[in-house]
Design a protein around this ligand. Structure first.
Ligand SMILES: [Zn+2]
Ligand SMILES: [Zn+2]
Length: 459
């Protein structure tokens, strides 16, 4: 395949230059901040004065240089949009950090609350190639760290693919059971009835799902004890890090999520035996058994931008047809087996609830990648709103300096009438040229197919 000539892009850019709006076009594209897969919308938004009916501000697609409204994709996955994924990673870092050290509206006293960083693993579905302590695998080889064989089964014919896929599909439910047990164990340790716990203590957490090399979901979580009112409230003196650690251990041991009955076998899911719990020290503390809050926030933010593709290769979007979608895909036979197992099980009416076909590219996991309890800290939505407010304030400043101040939009007197419809995703060749200073690998990267099967939007 030879490199396509950027004639299409040049023709579009020249047309804009003739029309005199090339600068405005460039600014519209640059406001996307480098987003690779913007959402394209057609329609209008009117701000109308509620009593006079006067249109105080209007935004119409045909008045925009691109002829459409372009919105950042906000995709969290690094493989889908490097720029938006980086924004997501930074926001997640801030969110986790605020819950550990304070900030973003949370007082610094939260840093004194007992908190740990815990990693919950998946059980075994059969022996896999690994590097125990960096040493020799049970297959007899010393695998290098980047060996694609790592995490793949020693004996694929005997690996329990059904259980591996069903584990991913039930991991979220198991986490829910775990949190119930955790509260029970904390109450028992304090010698109070379970129903009394919420009057003296709140359990807050932020967790992220990560795929192990073998394609099994495991969880990393910050778990923190607060007073009953959350992050700003001092926990009772008996709520220590040791008590929290013990309660996590026993709750992990006991939590079980019931699974389906398939062909005479009843599935039930528990976490793996390996459980790592470390107290979190503040700021930049560096030690071997305790972690700094900075390191913890960094881990969670990093994992939050990854999907199954980090364990399987390049399949980062829904599978529509396993035969055609997996031909030539750069994935291991093991990942292929996981996906095909999802596809086969997904055909069973008794497993309909698990929607295994829809989530086959996620190896059966359909939960949110990063979640937090309400009291943990600020939300990603709040961080985005802060950024939007900041941008609006800057736009007002620029408009005022240019002598065209924007009208005040008092929500009590101004009505907003919006009508937008989805018109596709991606950048045109010209927009790609503006973003990167080079033509796209294909002449046009827009995709008018609605990406309706995308992952949950994290607000
Ligand atoms: Zn993007
Ligand atoms: Zn091996």
């Amino acid at each position: 395949m030879h490199a396509p000539a950027p004639t299409g892009a040049l023709r579009q850019l020249v047309a804009h230059a003739r029309h005199g709006d090339l600068g405005a076009y460039a600014r519209q594209v640059q406001r996307l901040g480098g987003c690779e897969q913007p959402i394209r919308m057609e329609g209008h938004r009117l701000h109308v004065h509620a009593t006079t009916g006067e249109i105080v501000r209007e935004l119409v697609d045909r008045d925009l240089p691109a002829g459409q409204l372009l919105i950042r994709c906000n995709n969290r996955r690094a493989t889908r949009c490097a720029t938006c994924s980086e924004v997501y990673r930074k926001d997640t870092f801030q969110l986790v950090t605020a819950g550990l050290n304070g900030g973003k509206g949370i007082g610094p006293a939260v840093a004194q609350h007992p908190r740990v960083f815990a990693t919950f693993t998946a059980p075994s579905f059969g022996p896999v190639h690994n590097r125990p302590g960096g040493g020799r695998c049970r297959c007899g080889h010393l695998h290098p760290a980047d060996d694609p064989a790592l995490g793949t089964p020693l004996d694929p014919d005997r690996y329990d693919y059904r259980a591996a896929v069903l584990w991913n599909a039930h991991a979220g439910a198991l986490w829910g059971r775990f949190t119930t047990y955790l509260r029970q164990h904390l109450a028992a340790a304090a010698g109070i009835p379970r129903s009394e716990l919420r009057h003296c203590l709140k359990v807050s957490y932020a967790k992220v799902a990560e795929y192990q090399r073998r394609g099994a979901i495991h969880f990393h979580a910050v778990i923190r004890l607060d007073g009953p009112d959350g992050a700003e409230d001092t926990p009772p003196a008996w709520a220590t890090t040791e008590l929290l650690t013990d309660a996590i251990r026993s709750a992990t041991r006991l939590a079980e999520a019931p699974g389906p009955d398939l062909d005479g076998r009843t599935y039930a899911f528990r976490f793996g035996k390996q459980l790592d719990i470390r107290p979190i020290r503040s700021a930049d503390f560096a030690g071997t058994t305790e972690l700094s809050s900075r390191a913890v926030a960094g881990y969670i933010a990093k994992y939050a931008t990854k999907g199954a593709e980090s364990a399987t290769g390049t399949v980062d979007r829904p599978i529509r047809n396993p035969i055609t979608d997996l031909i030539g895909a750069d994935i291991t036979d093991h990942a292929r087996q996981m996906i095909l197992t999802c596809w086969r099980l997904g055909a069973r009416p008794d497993l309909e609830d698990l929607r295994l076909r829809k989530w086959a590219h996620m190896l059966g996991f359909r939960g949110h990648f990063s979640t937090k309890s309400r009291a943990y800290s600020v939300t990603l939505g709040a961080l985005r709103q802060q950024r939007a407010d900041h941008n609006e304030a800057q736009a007002r400043e620029r408009a005022a300096e240019a002598g065209h101040p924007l009208p005040d939009l008092d929500p009590d007197t101004v009505l907003v009438l919006s009508h937008w419809r989805f018109a596709g995703t991606g950048l045109t060749a010209a927009e790609h040229f503006i973003t990167h200073g080079s033509p796209p690998p294909t002449t046009d990267t827009t995709d008018s197919r609605a990406d309706a099967e995308g992952e949950p939007i994290h607000a």
